[in-house]
Structure formats: structure tokens, C-alpha cells
Design a protein around this ligand. Structure first.
Ligand SMILES: [Zn+2]
Length: 1047
């Protein structure tokens, strides 16, 4: 047994061994166990004192005065982890001296062991201070909601009655993580909106087939478009409101601002009043006595343009691109009474780090030492909508109207139109999206390096499924591409029934493994060398990754000490923060955080307790998530089991740390390797914003009430995001604070303060102006179905965390019905459209997407329809995905392939979307003579018709596929012929369109049950199957309910 460091005089028995046997050695790797040494009477390590000293008080509210967020932890690269509390308002000099740090005696391994408190001691100071925020046996519920997460739906806001958000925070976090932390806990997402009430409005019948409504006379199946009419006001009570004209920019008239296109000229005409709207005739179909709709006439999003923003913001030319920020309607109600008539969610979906198309970049602005120009009062960042006055010496804030002085070095004279002469050279004055380089006052510790820590399950199922092998290979292949070279840090911890640490010190030739079997009080045996600089220790890291699969190849351990392993990983990471990637194959079975098999109890379904299995069972997970976020650790969970692993509990770690849940049920490396490999590689190499916080400011009279996504709410409006990337979107609802808005435009500004992988503190700012309107029709005309679905889907998933699935589906339906009913009241009577379902052009796909949402994995059916883990994973996914990805998931594309593939190779420059014609998502389209591809952005399903030529299948996928009855186990491999090459090239092109997820291609033959139903038929949105409505039935239900409510 070798001491891991020279000069260690003695140590507790059997602390260390090297499993990485010397070259040529065949010695079996028999880890010996490191015992947690007890040193009663030993002075508590130095950092213990820092718990009480130099504490930084956490302000009760984050006023808009300061930078978005500052990070207060001093960096002491070699010291033990010192928990810190990010704080505002405190420049580095105010934070106080770093806590005293006494480095453990050089070479002394022993003294760096944690020192447990004397028996009976309540101080429980630990050497590893990250043990500080220890999870108490009982976590008080007020700090960390233990019940279902917020049901944040703000249905039918009733004006000023939206309660104030409870500001949850730890009033004081002493530097270093005080014992008090667990008892107060950082805030979780809050719920302060009225939950959906089943008592509101008439009850909607349950989701499912219903009797058709009474046939209405009319023209069957005709879709009509009513162009905007001009003429005298014909509708009583519909008083004309002058169109909204923005009032701003007295200094920037030079910029040509088109008038608000839908508001019409201010001439008193009623152009703004009468909508262009669509209608569908609901009547008897020829040859039938029942009411119906001609399916052909129904609106469907069959082109990519259909998924783009429908509302235009051409009036505000400096608005940020909708890929970053979309409002559910780009026209805000001017009063609470008007808002009450808007039955859809009112809010926005923000995607702060959305990837711009090639060739487009967000300009970077560096103000240098003079600092970023911001409003003195509301801290809005300077943007294209501020106005300069007083010969350029002052500027008026567009958000709060305060006049600010222009600093000397930012001064520029104005031209004849009052516009700054240098405006065109200043992106911050012309573009809606800019990135500011943040000076030192936006940081109170040096920007952290990118840090990746891997927590890998090495129990029998992780090994046998091939997960460990693929994970190790993929991580190794990505080492060159990890962002942040040469500062990137890396570390590993593996676990089964014990914890395995790896010393990766650069002076070693092979990593050294240390095993800790004490699960009750896990400790970090070697705090200094578990996290290392990747470029310095590259050879050791590669040696570890090369040997990991073989080291555990014979492992037959079935246990999972996941909780203790997580705590240990937290201790290692808590000094710097970073990204924690968890690879989990089994239900946690040992130590803290062990979970029960609870998802397979059918008796709970349909009861009032049904939602409990969709929530974390053990408060340990929420508490850990709170601690992780506080120390800037973001968690991505990769789950692989073929059995229940309680994704609901495990995913909580990602939910509150800004992370992501990847789920590979019944993972088998032979079949699904590529999907896992691609998605892990994307996770490791995509640009990541570290130690980030995000806030959205808006003008007076409006405020955001709820936030939905993966983050931790740190104050009422500050979202903590330890690690956020280009694949995360967030949604929020807003409400009016005042009864009446007097402004004609409201400005919003998203600010994301983060550390870039290259170590620069940056602030990404998106600014948008939204007109205020007095007419409901304007709100409808400017509605954005994509943003509505982004918000509605998140609300619906959150609803399932406190209610039955059926309740959540009903709310989706109710909202659609109410909005169409309100719309109908605006126009139907005048147009004698009794027998028609009418809807605004902007919402033409809303009913279909609503149906698709009800049929999604998140909301579909009941107990038997979707495995609980799969449902929870789908829900976590739905909380983060951006709008376009969501719409594709809700209404996947279905294309016929056989004819296309036989037309010869893809020509250079040909656009795939011109070659493949998407069709309605219905089994009617599946021709038994053809081959079809279903693509929801997450997986492909290749459907082979019963009478499709055997030769075609043979060419496409080879002998095995052509002859096998069960295609589930047949690898999808390219064959050496033109047809097959074209097929695989097509799949690649489709995958490249959105690289965030990798579509594994499932192949099935018509009639191959139950795979055909599970993989495809249940996902054909328009079909009536398994107790769900089809598109036609759904529209008829909605029409019937709209009419009932309309009376
Ligand atoms: Zn201001």
C-alpha cells in the first residue's frame, strides 16, 4: 500500500490503493476501504471559523439598483471548499477579507480528513465546510416547498388581486454556509397566483370522445377568410379607439418608424376594429346526418413558416429577434378589465442564449473602465429606445422616464433630428440584443473556470447496459472540445454501494482511486486533487477514462449509494461551482436520499393523491438542489434504467439548478449508443453561461408574477442559473399592477449576467417594446400561438404536479374554449356565423396544438398509458424547450419516403424541405405500399407498410430487417447502395436542423404491435385513438362548448 503523498507518517488503515495497476501488472483491483477517521479532540479546521466570520447579509429584496448578481466567494484555488453566498450590492471591498485559510500541512493526508464533532456537540463543524449546509433530518417546509411545485397558472387575473409574491430568502447567509442555511433555505419557485379552480366557469367534460353537437346548417367543410372590412362602425358598443402610436424617441426621429400596421390610420375609420378572421363550417357532411368538419379543410402547421412568429413587430425596428423573446400577444391590454377578457396566458417565453443563424452574431460592447451605461433609478441598460436631450448631455430612460446624465466619455452631439451622431456606430443604440462586457464591479470573485464533474453509476446495470463504456468514450472524445481551455477543470466520482474518488493530480502517471464506504458521513479523502485542471492532468484523465469500463466490467454490485455520492460531489464542487453530470442507472438504494418503488402502484391513479408520484418523494432532493444552486452547481441528469428510478425525485436536482434531464429508458448501447453519445457531446461542448442570473425588467404598471422553467428564484424576480446554455428557455406570466395603463408602449429588458467560458463576465441584454392596446381584437390579432403554447404547456405540466392529469387537460381545453368564445362574441353575431367555428388567423393552430398537448406524454391518458418515469422526464423536458422545438414535438412531421428515396441522390443545394412534403398527422395517410418517416425532433419512427416491396426494405436496411419479424432489435445500419445512402443522408440532414437532440431511428412494420401503437399511432395527433379525441371531434367539442358559453 503506497501513501498517495510522500511524507505521510501514518494514516488510518487502508486508506488508499491504486486500482490502476502498474503496466504489466495483473493484480486484481480490489479496492480497500477508506475509513472515516475519527480524531476526537482535534481542533476544528480553520475554515470552520469562517462560518461565523465575515458574513454577508443577503438583502431582503434585490432592488433594481445593483448589478444583476455578484458572486461573493473568494477564490482560493487550493483551499478546502468554502461555501459562499452570492450577494448583491457589495463590491469586493465590502465583502470582507476572505475567511482565514490554513492549508493542511503539506503532504499530510491524515490531517485533511474531516474531523467529526465530538459526540454530543451541536456545532458540527466539519473540515469540509460544504458539509456545512447539512441536510437536517427534518427540513422545514416553508423554506423549500415540499408539496407540489407551484401551480403558477394565473387564470383570469382579476386585477389587483394577484397576491404579492412571498419573498423567500435566507435573511443572512454567513460566509461559509452556516448551519442556519438548511433551516431557511434559498427560495424555490414561488406560487402566488390563483390556481386553476374547477369551480371557475362551466365544467368541461372530460377529455375523450363526446357526442357530436347538433348539426348546424351551413356549408360543409369550408374554410373562409374574411378580409378586413372598412366602413362605418356597425357594432354597438364597439367604440373605436385611436390606433396606438408609440411615444418615444424625441431624439431619434431620424429612425423611420413604420406606423403600427394593424392599428390603421388615425382617421376614425374602423379598420382597426374588424378583424381578419377565419372560420370553419360545422355542419353535416354530405352523406352523413351527423355534424362534422371536412378534415381536409382544417388548419395544420405543415411548413416551417407556420411555426414562426405570426405577430409582427415591424413597428419597433430595434426590438430583439423573436428567437430570444416572444410574447403570447404582442399587444398588451391597457386595463385590467381588458386583461380579464384575455383567457389565454399573458406573458412571454424567453430564450436568452438562443443560437443565431450562421453569420449572425450578437454585438459585444465594452464600455471600458467608465462602466456600463444604465439608468440611475431602475438600472435599465442603455438601449435603442432611450432618448437623448439637452444637446446630448442627458438621456431619458424608456422604462422609468428618469433623465440621466451622460458621462463625459460617453457624450456625443446630436444631429438635427436629435439623434446621436454616433448612433450608427453604437450597437447598444440601434440593436435589440447586445452583450456588455461587465467590469469588475459585476463580480466579487474572479470569474470561475468552466468546470465539469462527472458522477457515474458503476453498478451492474450501468455496466451491462454499456452506459459506462459509452459515457467514458464520449467524455474522452470531447476533452478537446470542452469550452474554456486552458482553464477548464474536471473531476470524477463513481459509485455503487460505495463511493470511489479519483486522484487526478498532474504529477501522477495513473489516477489513484480511493474508496469511501462510510455512507452515513461521507467525506472527501483528498480535497485538493479530485478536481484538476484538464490541460495539466490530461494524461491522467485519459488514463482514467480508458480504464473505467474495464475496472468495473465484472462489477456485480446492484446497490446505489446515490445520495451520499451526490453529497460528496457537492463537497468537491462547492468551492467553484460548475456543471455536475450525473449518470444514473438504478434506483438510489443506500444512504441518504434512497428512494422507494412507488411508481408502480396503480391504486393511486385517479385518486386525489395521484399527483404525488410526479413529485419528489424525499425532501433531500429539493434541499440538495437548493444547496447546489447556492454554490453555483448546475445538474444535468442522465437516467438509463429499464426499471423505475423515480425520475420525479432525481429530476428535482436539475429543475432547481437550471439543468436538464436526459432519459434513456432501457438503455442498450448496441441500439441507442448514438443518441446518448450525441446528446452528451452536445451537453459537453455547447456554449455555456456559468454562474448566471437573469432578470426581466419592465415598465411601470406591469409586472411578472410567475416564472416557469428550470431555475431557482432567488428573489421575487431574480432567476439563479448556475449553468445555462443555448437549449434552455423560460416562460413567465405578467399582470397589470394598475387598473389602467396610461403609457402607449411598454418596454421589457431581459438581462442575463454570466461568466463566459473564456472567463469574461458578460451581460446579455435583449430589449423589446410592446404596444399597449385598448381593444381585445388587437390582442387577438397580435397573438403568438407559439408563445402561448410555450406558456400553456408549462402551466399544464405544473398543474399535473398538484392535480390529476384529467384536470390539467381540462384546463387546456377550457382556456381554448373561453378564448374562442370571447372572440366569437366580438364578431359572430354581426356576421350571422351561428354554425361556424370562428377564430383569429393568429390562433388558427391553437386548437390543434392544444389537442396535441393533451395527447403528449406529459398529459396523456392515465396510469397504463405512459410509464411514470417517461412521463416525468417528458415533463422536465417540456419545461425547458424553446418554442419551435415544442411546436415540432407537439405536431411532428410525417413524410412519405419511398417515392422520394427512389428519385435518385439528393442534388447539391437542394433543400430537404422542398423534397419532403409533410402531411397531416393521421394514420389515414399511411399507405401500406409506402415507407413513412415520423419526426418529432426527439426520435424518428420509420414505418414500413405491409405491402411495401421486400426489395425496397432489403436495399434500405439489409437482410436482417427484410426478414425479421421483430424490428425492435435490428440495428439501423447504412447499406452499400444508393437508396440506403440517400436515406441515411436524409436522416442526417434532418438531425442537423436542430442538433440539441439526436433522433434515434426506430423501425417498425405495419401491424407490429404493440410497438406500432406506442411509437407511432398514439402520436398521430389527428387520430381518434385509445379514448382520445381526434382533431375533428376535438374541434366539434370546442365549437359546442363555445356556443354553450356564448349563450
Ligand atoms: Zn430607468
Amino acid at each position: 500500500m503506497q501513501p498517495n503523498r510522500p511524507g505521510v507518517p501514518s494514516r488510518p488503515p487502508a486508506q488508499h490503493y491504486s486500482p490502476f495497476s502498474a503496466p504489466g501488472s495483473t493484480q486484481a483491483m480490489r479496492p480497500e476501504q477508506v475509513q472515516n477517521p475519527k480524531f476526537p479532540g482535534q481542533p476544528v479546521n480553520s475554515t470552520g471559523t469562517s462560518f461565523q466570520g465575515s458574513s454577508v447579509s443577503f438583502p431582503p429584496t434585490i432592488t433594481p439598483q445593483g448589478p444583476e448578481q455578484r458572486v461573493t466567494q473568494p477564490v482560493r484555488p487550493n483551499g478546502p471548499a468554502v461555501p459562499f453566498q452570492p450577494s448583491q450590492h457589495l463590491p469586493p471591498s465590502v465583502v470582507g477579507p476572505p475567511p482565514p485559510f490554513v492549508r493542511p500541512p503539506t503532504g499530510s493526508f491524515m490531517t485533511s480528513q474531516p474531523t467529526p464533532p465530538p459526540p454530543g456537540s451541536s456545532t458540527s463543524q466539519q473540515f469540509i465546510p460544504s458539509l456545512g449546509p447539512r441536510t437536517p433530518s427534518v427540513v422545514p417546509s416553508p423554506s423549500v416547498p415540499l408539496g407540489p411545485p407551484s401551480q403558477a397558472a394565473n387564470y383570469m387575473p382579476t386585477g389587483g388581486n394577484v397576491p404579492q409574491p412571498p419573498i423567500q430568502y435566507s435573511p443572512q447567509y454567513p460566509q461559509g454556509g452556516p448551519p442556519s442555511v438548511p433551516t431557511s433555505g434559498p427560495p424555490m419557485q414561488q406560487s402566488f397566483s390563483r390556481p386553476y379552480s374547477s369551480g371557475q366557469g362551466p365544467q368541461i367534460p372530460s377529455f375523450g370522445p363526446r357526442p357530436f353537437p347538433i348539426p348546424q346548417p351551413g356549408i360543409p367543410g369550408q374554410q373562409q377568410s374574411f378580409p378586413r372590412l372598412a366602413g362605418p362602425p356597425a357594432f354597438p358598443g364597439a367604440a373605436f379607439q385611436p390606433p396606438v402610436q408609440p411615444s418615444y424617441m424625441d431624439g431619434q426621429q431620424a429612425r423611420v418608424l413604420p406606423s403600427y400596421p394593424t392599428a390603421g390610420p388615425p382617421t376614425g375609420s374602423i379598420q382597426g376594429l374588424i378583424e381578419e378572421f377565419q372560420s370553419l363550417s360545422v355542419s353535416s357532411v354530405p352523406g352523413s346526418v351527423e355534424a362534422g368538419l371536412d378534415p381536409i379543410s382544417l388548419p395544420r402547421p405543415l411548413s416551417e413558416a407556420d411555426m414562426d412568429v405570426t405577430s409582427s413587430s415591424s413597428i419597433f425596428v430595434s426590438n430583439c429577434h423573436p428567437r430570444y423573446l416572444r410574447f403570447t400577444t404582442h399587444a398588451l391590454p391597457n386595463s385590467q378589465s381588458l386583461m380579464a377578457r384575455w383567457h389565454l396566458p399573458l406573458g412571454a417565453v424567453v430564450h436568452p442564449l438562443a443560437e443565431p443563424p450562421d453569420g449572425e452574431e450578437i454585438p459585444v460592447v465594452d464600455f471600458g473602465p467608465s462602466g456600463i451605461v444604465r439608468c440611475r433609478r431602475c438600472r435599465t441598460y442603455i438601449n435603442p429606445y432611450v432618448t437623448f436631450t439637452d444637446s446630448g448631455r442627458r438621456w431619458r430612460c424608456n422604462v422609468c422616464t428618469l433623465l440621466n446624465e451622460v458621462a463625459g466619455d460617453y457624450f456625443a452631439p446630436l444631429d438635427m433630428n436629435g439623434r446621436r451622431q454616433d448612433a450608427d456606430k453604437r450597437p447598444e443604440l440601434t440593436q435589440g440584443s447586445v452583450e456588455f462586457v461587465a467590469p469588475t464591479e459585476y463580480m466579487v470573485r474572479p470569474p470561475m473556470p468552466p468546470l465539469y464533474f462527472f458522477l457515474i453509476d458503476v453498478s451492474i446495470s450501468a455496466v451491462r447496459s454499456g452506459m459506462l463504456q459509452v459515457a467514458a468514450e464520449t467524455i474522452k472524445s470531447c476533452l478537446d472540445k470542452l469550452p474554456g481551455f486552458p482553464r477548464t477543470q474536471i473531476g470524477f466520482l463513481t459509485f455503487d454501494s460505495a463511493l470511489h474518488f479519483y486522484n487526478l493530480k498532474s504529477s501522477l502517471t495513473q489516477p489513484q482511486m480511493m474508496v469511501v464506504a462510510d455512507l452515513d458521513d461521507p467525506f472527501v479523502p483528498l480535497p485538493d486533487d479530485l478536481l484538476v485542471n484538464l490541460s495539466e492532468s490530461r494524461h491522467v484523465v485519459e488514463a482514467l477514462l480508458d480504464s473505467l469500463p474495464s475496472m468495473f466490467a465484472e462489477n456485480i454490485n446492484v446497490e446505489s449509494a446515490f445520495g451520499p455520492a451526490l453529497k460528496a460531489a457537492f463537497m468537491v464542487m462547492s468551492q467553484l461551482g460548475g456543471k455536475l453530470l450525473i449518470f444514473q442507472s438504478t434506483l438510489p438504494s443506500l444512504g441518504v436520499g434512497r428512494l422507494k418503488l412507488r411508481g408502480d402502484d396503480p391504486r393511486i391513479y385517479g385518486t386525489d393523491k395521484e399527483h404525488t408520484i410526479r413529485n419528489a418523494e424525499d425532501p433531500f432532493y429539493k434541499q440538495m438542489a437548493a444547496d447546489l444552486t447556492k454554490y453555483q452547481v448546475g445538474v444535468n441528469l442522465y437516467a438509463f434504467s429499464d426499471k423505475y428510478t423515480d425520475i420525479a425525485s432525481l429530476g428535482t436536482l436539475s429543475k432547481y439548478t437550471g439543468g436538464q434531464v436526459y432519459y434513456y429508458p432501457s438503455f442498450n448501447a448496441t441500439l441507442y449508443k448514438e443518441k446518448f453519445r450525441h446528446e452528451l457531446a452536445r451537453d459537453l461542448t455547447r456554449e455555456t453561461a456559468w454562474e448566471a442570473v437573469m432578470r426581466i425588467r419592465c415598465g411601470k404598471g406591469i409586472r411578472f408574477t410567475t416564472y416557469h422553467g428550470h431555475f431557482m428564484l432567488r428573489s421575487s424576480d431574480l432567476l439563479a442559473l448556475p449553468a445555462v446554455d443555448c437549449d434552455k428557455a423560460f416562460a413567465m406570466q405578467l399582470s397589470l399592477e394598475d387598473t389602467l395603463l396610461t403609457t402607449q408602449t411598454v418596454y421589457f429588458q431581459v438581462a442575463l449576467l454570466y461568466t463566459s467560458s473564456l472567463g469574461e463576465r458578460r451581460i446579455r441584454v435583449h430589449t423589446i417594446a410592446v404596444p399597449v392596446v385598448a381593444e381585445l381584437g388587437e390582442m387577438y390579432r397580435n397573438a403568438d400561438t407559439g408563445a402561448i403554447m410555450g406558456l400553456l404547456s408549462r402551466l399544464a405540466f405544473e398543474k399535473t404536479l398538484s392535480h390529476k392529469l384529467e384536470d390539467a387537460r381540462q384546463v387546456v381545453q377550457l382556456r381554448i374554449v373561453r378564448s374562442l368564445q370571447e372572440y366569437r362574441n366580438l364578431y359572430a353575431v354581426q356576421h350571422r356565423l351561428a354554425g361556424r367555428l370562428i377564430y383569429p388567423e393568429s390562433l388558427k393552430f391553437l386548437p390543434l396544438y392544444g389537442l396535441a398537448l393533451c395527447k403528449s406524454l406529459v398529459l396523456r391518458g392515465g396510469y397504463t398509458d405512459v410509464q411514470i418515469d417517461e412521463r416525468c422526464a417528458a415533463g422536465f423536458n417540456m419545461m425547458i424547450i424553446p418554442v419551435k422545438r415544442l411546436l415540432k414535438l407537439l405536431y411532428p412531421s410525417l413524410v412519405r419516403l419511398d417515392e422520394y428515396l427512389q428519385k435518385g441522390p439528393i442534388k447539391d443545394g437542394a433543400d430537404i424541405k422542398d423534397l419532403l412534403q409533410p402531411m397531416a398527422s393521421s394514420a389515414d395517410k399511411l399507405d401500406p405500399r409506402g415507407a413513412f418517416l415520423h419526426d418529432d425532433g426527439f426520435r424518428f419512427v420509420l414505418w414500413l407498410g405491409k405491402v411495401l416491396s421486400v426489395d425496397f426494405v432489403l436495399s434500405l436496411l439489409g437482410v436482417e430487417a427484410a426478414s425479421s419479424r421483430d424490428l425492435s432489435r435490428v440495428p439501423v445500419i447504412e447499406q452499400n447502395n444508393e437508396l440506403s445512402r440517400k436515406f441515411f443522408a436524409t436522416l442526417e440532414i434532418l438531425r442537423e436542423k436542430d442538433p440539441a437532440f439526436y433522433q434515434h431511428c426506430y423501425v417498425l412494420r405495419q401491424g407490429e404491435q404493440p410497438r406500432e401503437s406506442l411509437l407511432l399511432l398514439f402520436n398521430l395527433v389527428e387520430d381518434q385513438i385509445a379514448g382520445t379525441s381526434g382533431y375533428v371531434e376535438w374541434l366539434l367539442q370546442i365549437h359546442r362548448q363555445v356556443q354553450q358559453k356564448g349563450k
